[in-house]
Design a protein around this ligand. Structure first.
Ligand SMILES: [Zn+2]
Ligand SMILES: [Zn+2]
Length: 170
């Protein structure tokens, strides 16, 4: 028998394909909306249509301060983040219909940030599957999904298709 891809792998592969369209040099995120086994939409992070994107205008960076507790000591970590792009998950919500989303699954290459998770929690989606972790928002996003009864799971053993991961600055 031919080694056929399971559905999780199939849809996550498509999310990774979508992520290659991103022009942000800091983060390439792709996502797909699936109802049953039907693909209803794909999206990636990018500037609004008709507006110069990160490859043309450069990333629009803001500095954020994060508090992290390491060995009982609070550490202040400064991080830069690009705010030029609309996040992949938000674009997916902008380009799909509420009706289509009821009871659907979102596959996303990266664990959603807090804002995207909050929007997804109110979008009709009932399952979120991601691959790469995002430790910063993990706890609050997980408890939000639990409170909303949304299945939230990571594909641990998954390997993205060759050529879909590009160098990003972190
Ligand atoms: Zn950018
Ligand atoms: Zn986000």
């Amino acid at each position: 028998m031919r080694n056929r891809k399971d559905w999780d792998t199939y849809f996550m592969d498509i999310a990774y394909m979508a992520s290659t369209r991103s022009q942000c040099s800091r983060r390439h995120v792709g996502t797909v909306l699936v109802q049953g086994k039907k693909l209803l939409g794909t999206a990636y992070n990018g500037a609004p249509m008709g507006v110069p994107d990160c490859s043309e205008a450069g990333c629009m960076l803001v500095e954020e301060i994060e508090l992290k507790v390491v060995e009982d000591k609070e550490e202040v970590i400064r991080k830069q983040r690009c705010i030029r792009t609309i996040h992949a998950e938000q674009n997916l919500l902008l380009f799909t219909d509420r009706e289509d989303r009821e009871g659907s699954t979102v596959y996303v290459t990266d664990q959603p940030c807090w804002t995207c998770a909050n929007m997804l929690a109110n979008s009709g989606v009932t399952e979120i599957v991601f691959h790469r972790g995002y430790p910063k928002d993990h706890e609050k996003v997980s408890s939000l999904m639990l409170a909303r009864g949304i299945t939230f799971r990571r594909m641990e053993a998954y390997e993205p298709p060759a050529g879909t991961i590009s160098e990003v600055i972190n």
